[in-house]
Design a protein around this ligand. Structure first.
Ligand code: DGJ
Length: 726
């Protein structure tokens, strides 16, 4: 049993970790522990200090030391004397905002709960358990059900909350976080992933300051600027040692992660939908479900934490035919042609690519409507026959005739004012009556909360999928959302729109996935602007960044690797000088960087020299050989490209018989020393031979002495060392 309850203490056990809570004598649900597995009940860590200006609940009578403002709470509320960041806050029908949640009962059941209309971790019934703790407000009929999914073998605990209105009048929810946890123990640093378009998920680690620190998005998408993932670690935590815990939110809309270091040096973390773009009117007898937060922790540093997240996201979040399957090596025409193509150009790119071993041709933006630049055509999901003479079917047949699959780009959530769709349905675009809407990349956003809009998109996309053998969809989304307003919502409910938009998006994706189970979906939002576990439930891979510069990618992919599995990372070799940075890197270095993902190309291979074409063909052979190890193996960050002279990572097979070290030495130096890099995750007793050499090392030597990187000559020198057990 993963869950045990004794004396109102809840013990949630996984293989190596333990989570503890207690419903105390006042029915207040206290957080006792999340960390290393322990036999102890951790209640002894509670201290009841008499702190000035920390109010006391009425039932505590003369006791000045019992305060909601100082106790570690499992799900803090507003308005009842806890002045730290609340997990939930509501406005009752009488305008008051207090919510005093007290313990009522609990339920334990086999299997992992699911969440209506939202993505959630799934598992076979025998591999998970669910705990529900039911809390109720002391003065109203609001109940909160805290849900915990315990995945014992994965060392993962999931959390979400359900807010139920059992009363007779509507209540407005102003904030409803998925995760809230107080840690009176530990001294923490936080790691978060910030950035911008073409520079996503840069790693930043900082000590906590007293007060609230935050990362989040109010853009209607998880965003390039911050990622819905966070890591808290002890000061001495490294890749391989020390304690850390991490959380990802399975949500693709605006989110908020807040961390508060309080007056007593206690830490509270909350994570969930961003309250600045959220309000929900909860009618009588209705329930509101928060998205899910996925938690894990490690006593052996961040590497282990990452491996745990990689496993749960790859195996228990991603779905569909391609979840564990080898992904096709693809070629995408975006950087090769942008909008300037016709069917011959696309066919020529495909033909050369197929000769060199590429599996799939992806036709990007510009194939539909009158889409000759980024100001027109979105919404018109019918083929532009001026560009693709003879239609899509003919082109796809020709490409299939090369032995290649075919994939297609869509940006379903958007509409151009210069489009046929806009002429007929200008009201489908999101805008506030009486205001000019904000444009982003010239486009407006479709109101995904409306069923007729989703029905149109389903039919339009289905028509294309039914008309030709399309085996892949790139689902793009190229602007932040503002001007929240839906004609389908009454004025009092406009605050619901951002969340309803995400629910609408998920519904449409689910419908398409179900209708077209063989289609591989790749998520995208101007690169990695919506790289989150919510989208990974529908798309097993996401275009990681619009920056295809191999050097920058080492940093972007490094940051992405803290939570997201390698198979999820769409990554391509592009032309030089690079279109985002002007940098020139060797083809070989571009390839090893792109191989740390779902691999592909994004250039016209016809423009390469004969020598380079041969190199591409060899790269594809290598990726086909190493792909299963890259996607199924364990991933190790062997350097920190944010500060080291090189970006090096490795993949080790589960049986520890194969090791692939890849990466790049950034800049050469005169008389450059040869740097040894210590490998990790090997069997110390095994002997490994380096490919194409007679060199044999023990696993122990490779992990303690390391292996030399090649002598660098020139900049951006690729590294690829393949070792197998002998
Ligand atoms: C943004 C994507 O990230 C690119 O790869 C490309 O698909 C463009 N959109 C097309 O408009």
């Amino acid at each position: 049993m993963a869950v045990r309850v004794e004396d109102r203490i809840f013990y949630l056990e996984t293989k190596n970790t333990m989570y503890q809570m207690k419903a105390d004598e006042h029915g207040v649900l206290l957080h006792l522990w999340y960390g290393r597995k322990t036999e102890n009940d951790m209640e002894y860590l509670l201290s009841y200090p008499d702190v000035g200006f920390a109010g006391n609940i009425y039932e505590a009578e003369d006791c000045r030391t019992y305060s909601l403002n100082t106790l570690p709470l499992e799900y803090g509320t507003a308005g009842v004397g806890d002045h730290r960041i609340p997990a939930v806050s509501v406005t009752h029908a009488d305008g008051s905002t207090a919510l005093d949640l007290r313990y009522q009962e609990y339920k334990i059941c086999k299997g992992k709960y699911s969440i209506p209309e939202l993505p959630a971790v799934y598992a076979p019934e025998e591999e998970a358990e669910t705990l529900e703790i039911i809390l109720k407000d002391t003065a109203t009929d609001i109940r909160v059900i805290l849900k915990y999914g315990i995945m014992e073998n994965l060392d993962v605990i999931t959390r979400s909350a359900v807010i139920v209105n059992d009363g007779g009048k509507p209540v407005t929810i102003n904030r409803a976080h998925s995760l809230s946890m107080d840690m009176p123990y530990g001294s923490w640093e936080w790691v978060h992933f910030h950035g911008r378009h073409t520079m996503e998920r840069q790693v930043e680690r900082a000590s906590l300051l007293h007060g609230v620190q935050e990362s989040g998005s109010t853009r209607g998408m998880s965003s390039h600027q911050q990622n819905p993932s966070v890591l808290l670690c002890e000061e001495n935590c490294t890749e391989t040692s020390g304690f850390c815990m991490g959380a990802v939110l399975m949500y693709s809309g605006g989110f908020q992660t807040q961390i508060e270091l309080d007056q007593l040096n206690q830490t509270r973390i909350v994570m969930g939908i961003h309250p600045d773009t959220f309000q929900w009117v909860l009618d009588s007898k209705e329930s509101f479900y928060t998205p899910e937060a996925v938690l894990s922790c490690s006593c052996e540093g961040m590497e282990k934490l990452s491996l745990q997240f990689h496993k749960v996201i790859r195996e228990n979040v991603c779905r569909g035919k391609y979840k564990m399957a080898e992904r096709p090596v693809l070629i995408n025409n975006w950087e090769a042609t942008y909008f300037d193509f016709d069917e011959e150009k696309i066919f020529n790119i495909a033909q050369k690519a197929s000769e060199l071993g590429v599996d799939m041709m992806v036709l990007d933006d510009g194939w539909f409507g009158k889409r000759d630049n980024d100001s027109t055509g979105l919404g018109d999901w019918f083929v532009n026959e001026e560009k693709l003479k003879g239609g899509l079917g003919k082109l796809v047949e020709r490409i299939n005739g090369l032995g290649m699959k075919f994939g297609l780009w869509f940006e379903p959530e958007m509409i151009s004012e210069d489009s046929e769709l806009y002429k007929v349905h200008p009201d489908w675009a999101v805008r506030i009556p009486g205001r000019s809407p904000m444009r982003g990349r010239f486009q407006l956003v479709l109101d995904m909360t409306r069923k007729e809009v989703r029905d149109y998109l389903f039919q339009a996309i289905s028509r294309i999928l039914d008309s030709a053998n399309v085996e892949y969809i790139k689902w793009d989304m190229n602007r932040s959302i503002s001007d929240w307003y839906s004609m389908d919502l009454s004025s009092g409910r406009q605050g619901e729109m951002p969340h309803r938009y995400v629910l609408g998006l998920y519904e449409l994706l689910e419908r398409l996935m179900t209708a077209y189970p063989d289609v591989l979906f790749e998520g995208c939002s101007g690169g990695g602007g919506r790289f989150d576990a919510g989208m990974l439930y529908y798309c097993p891979q996401i275009w990681c960044s619009d920056d295809t510069d191999a050097y920058e990618r080492t940093k972007i992919q490094y940051g992405t690797s803290f939570f997201y599995p390698i198979s999820a990372v769409g990554s391509h070799v592009s032309a030089v000088p690079n279109h985002q940075t002007g940098r020139i890197t060797p083809l070989s270095a571009r390839a090893v960087t792109a191989m740390a993902g779902s691999f592909g190309y994004e250039l016209d291979l016809n423009n390469l020299s004969e020598e380079e074409k041969t190199e591409v063909a060899e790269q594809i052979v290598r990726f086909k050989q190493y792909g299963p190890l890259i996607h199924n193996g364990r991933y190790y960050r062997l350097s920190n490209p944010m500060k080291d002279k090189f970006g090096i990572w490795s993949f080790v097979s589960e049986d520890k018989k194969q090791v692939l070290v890849q990466g790049m030495i950034f800049r050469t130096e005169p008389n450059m020393l040869r740097y040894p890099v210590r490998l990790r995750g090997l069997d110390p007793a095994k002997k490994y031979q380096l490919k194409d050499t007679e060199d044999v090392y023990t696993g122990q030597a490779l992990m303690s002495g390391g292996i030399f990187l090649p002598q660098a000559w020139g900049d951006y020198v690729p590294v690829e060392l393949y070792l197998t057990e002998v």
